[in-house]
Design a binder for this molecule. Structure first.
Ligand code: ADP
Ligand code: ZN
Length: 744
């Protein structure tokens, strides 16, 4: 949902505060607000500056956040303890963004600031390191070794090097360097700088764009430096969206700006990074939660002082303190992964639009299957739309066939139950015989989603969640996909004690892989799911094997759906297209359509045409009809109409209120109290309270309420008043989710 208009950046020098005045300091901690401190003698600070302050008996790093509130007893105000003035002050736009996001999501500003400064140590001066150079001294009688020779030769270039760098370069252990230093052959040079970053080059030559692509790129480029604008870049998979927004990045680089590219999941961008490197001659700075602490500190500083020119990251990268941000790109803008569901609950795509507005810069939202929210914003004239209607270089879109499972049920094999229907099996055989690659998609990790006792009917459940345990046969374990609980596969039924009575029900990718290996024993089958990939390296290795054609049949979950490009992949089978369609989720149909289209988009991206086969029990469902006919517009219109009638997003607003705690009674009574105090007003409606579908999660009981409001209503005010009027014991937690995407 597009937030209400924030005011664009006011270009003023940050006010400064002389000694003796009081300043507010916001700490990256879940506190109610900023605290006041006194500027000590001989000091001047300005807004955005990092300072050390006393908090109780601790010291914390915080940020100067405007003048102090007046009217406090000056005797009680403690002085700042230090000003970290080697760090650039947080830009004004970043501070306004923090306040805006906190107000919109009803979060504590300190919790949002924590996302800006996820590594407070980055504000400390970079640790002074020691580098070595040749001392020039003669040390007669020193024992020569090949390792010592290599160190001395490495330093002959004259460039001082730190111990780790020198050890790596010379291929010696640090003790060799230490020995030479003690012998007096090496001299210390102080060395405090972060290493230089490679700089992506805006003038590096790119591919020649087709006329349609060139037109699209031109629109994006023209928007640079022209203040705020939001543009939807819509184009089928393979139409060249990435190449087109690369042009805008190139132009922003030439204009000396920083660029942020938000992607749904950073670990899946190996191919993207390779393309970026080819296009710009250097790597971008990468930001995600798995970076080592040292890497995070360095990258943070490079972003804050503007040396990192292009940053690609997961949603959390949006909050970093860019010094000169000139363009934001949100790739795959429709992806649910942009919604953060814990802590500060926000949607990174929506907040990217806010950030662009506050910073007075353009934002580009790219997708083959844009969200209804974004489409509604285009239709209302709030966003510009740029189309890429065809696949690049004449690659055709794959043909899509629906297979009605009721008419073509899978035939049982000697391995037991099976999941691949005869038409799909035949198509797989032909593809493999032709030496092409195929992919089977099922959005369910593990072997089987349910384990059932044949004797008593018991279903094995998570002890902490309202959820069945999923069998992971490779690991020999049952796992909860909500809380991570694991247990070994029981030998006997936990309920009736019957032996050998537990049976796996339904398919997960492991089970489909088992069937495929039995049906096509010659084929090299590879299973891909988020839990079978060992990080970015695992993915890079897999991609290489696929490109070298060492894999014939790929079987996987949604990780396979994301932006990958395999020229020899000509057949995609969707094992269970109905999976996402059930359940009471507002966006179930939309999301299924997006995932299926994205998976389908993997087929036929090279010279050979692709084919997609979709197994379903409900071939007449509008989502599947839209896929089969390729009539995306009809689907979107039908879906929009439905939401408009119900005044659901994007035509109305929703706020979810989740009450949770360890004691069921206490949770229920708070939920009921909230319902009794439900806000009244034109168009306001509160649904619930009701136990959440995940009524127990990680051992906490959960109830939900849902506030529905017209678009014009400022729901934050309504919710703040509502919650303020209800007493809540400390053992019960009330969580507010503005614009919810999860209804579990
Ligand atoms: P999308 O992001 O829309 O799925 P991509 O930008 O990934 O599309 O383009 C699909 C493929 O076509 C990529 O391999 C890309 O390198 C190639 N491609 C797209 N446009 C061009 C172009 N103008 N010249 C050369 N290759 C292109
Ligand atoms: Zn669980």
């Amino acid at each position: 949902m597009p937030p209400a208009n924030p005011s664009p950046s006011a270009d003023m020098a940050a006010p400064s505060y002389p000694e003796g005045t009081q300043v507010a300091v916001l700490l990256p901690l879940p506190l109610a607000g900023a605290y006041d401190y006194r500027v000590p003698a001989g000091c001047t600070v300005c807004d955005g500056q990092a300072v050390r302050v006393p908090l109780g008996r601790r010291q914390e790093t915080g940020i100067v956040w405007g003048a102090g509130r007046s009217g406090l007893d000056p005797a009680k105000i403690r002085p700042l303890q230090a000003v970290l003035d080697h760090a650039a002050p947080l830009p004004e736009v970043t501070r306004r963004f923090v306040d805006w996001v906190a107000a919109y999501t009803l979060s504590l500003p300190g919790a949002v600031l924590k996302m800006v400064i996820p590594v407070p140590e980055a504000l400390d001066p970079p640790a002074a390191q020691v580098a070595w150079r040749l001392s020039g001294a003669e040390v007669p009688g020193l024992r020569q070794t090949p390792a010592r020779d290599r160190v001395l030769r490495t330093l002959q270039t004259g460039v001082p090097m730190t111990t780790p760098d020198l050890a790596r370069e010379a291929g010696v252990s640090p003790s060799v360097i230490k020995g030479l230093a003690e012998a007096g052959l090496l001299a210390e040079v102080p060395f405090a700088m972060d290493p230089d970053l490679p700089e992506p080059d805006g003038d590096h030559p790119g591919p020649t764009l087709s006329p349609v692509q060139a037109d699209a790129a031109k629109e994006l480029v023209l928007a640079l430096g022209q203040g705020y604008s939001a543009t939807l870049l819509e184009g089928v998979t393979g139409s060249g969206k990435t190449e087109v927004y690369f042009e805008a990045i190139a132009a922003a680089l030439r204009q000396g700006q920083q660029v942020l590219v938000l992607v749904p999941e950073i670990t899946l961008t190996t191919q993207w990074l390779g393309r970026f490197r080819r296009r710009f001659g250097a790597d971008p700075a990468v930001w995600h939660s798995d970076l080592t602490p040292a890497r995070r500190r360095r990258t943070w500083r490079a972003i804050a002082d503007g040396r990192a020119r292009v940053v690609v990251g997961a949603r959390s990268a949006l909050f970093l303190p860019y010094q000169a941000l000139g363009l934001i790109v949100v790739d795959e803008e429709h992806e649910v992964a942009f919604k953060q569901e814990e802590g500060v609950i926000y949607h990174a795509r929506d907040m990217a639009v806010v950030r662009a507005h506050l910073g007075n810069i353009p934002v580009v939202l790219a997708s083959a299957t844009p969200s209804l929210e974004t489409v509604a914003n285009v239709e209302a004239g709030r966003y510009i739309k740029v189309d890429l209607p065809v696949r690049h270089a004449g690659a055709t879109l794959p043909t899509i066939d629906l297979i009605d499972i009721r008419r073509f049920p899978p035939e049982k094999g000697d391995w037991g139950q099976s999941w691949l229907s005869p038409p799909l099996v035949t198509a797989l055989e032909r593809t493999l015989e032709a030496g092409e690659q195929a992919m089977l998609f099922l959005n369910r990790r593990g072997y089987a989603p349910l384990t059932l006792c044949r004797t008593c009917g018991h279903r094995v459940q998570c002890p902490q969640c309202t959820a069945w345990l999923v069998e992971h046969r490779r690991l020999g374990k049952l796992q909860c996909h909500h809380c991570g609980h694991q247990q070994p596969l029981p030998k006997v039924c936990p309920s009736c004690g019957a032996e050998d009575a537990l049976v796996a029900c339904g398919p997960g990718v492991e089970r489909v892989a088992e069937e495929a290996s039995r049906r096509f024993p010659q084929a090299r089958v590879e299973l891909v799911a988020s839990d079978t990939l060992a990080g970015p390296q695992g993915i890079a290795g897999l991609l290489e094997r696929i490109e070298r054609k060492e894999v014939d049949l790929l079987i996987g979950t949604q990780v396979l759906a994301k932006g990958l490009h395999f020229p020899m992949l000509t057949l995609v089978g969707i094992v269970d297209a109905d999976l996402g369609l059930s359940g009471g989720d507002l966006r179930a149909a939309e999301r299924t359509f997006q995932v299926l289209s994205q998976v389908a988009g993997r087929a036929g991206r090279g010279e050979r045409p692709g084919r997609v086969m979709v197994q379903t029990f409900q071939p007449d469902h509008p989502v599947l009809q839209a896929m089969a006919t390729g009539d995306m517009r009809a689907f979107r219109e039908a879906e929009s109409e439905g939401r408009r009638l119900l005044r659901m997003p994007p035509f109305g607003r929703l706020v979810a209120v989740i009450v949770s705690g360890e004691t069921a009674d206490a949770v229920e009574s708070v939920a009921r109290a909230l319902a009794r105090q439900a806000p009244q007003g034109a168009g306001l409606e509160v649904l619930g309270p009701a136990p959440a579908p995940l009524a127990l999660l990680r051992g906490r009981h959960r109830w939900r309420l849902l506030l529905k409001a017209p678009r014009e209503v400022r729901v934050q005010t309504v919710v703040r008043q509502w919650l303020g009027g209800v007493a809540c014991p400390s053992a019960v937690r009330i969580q507010v989710d503005i614009d919810p995407y999860s209804f579990l």
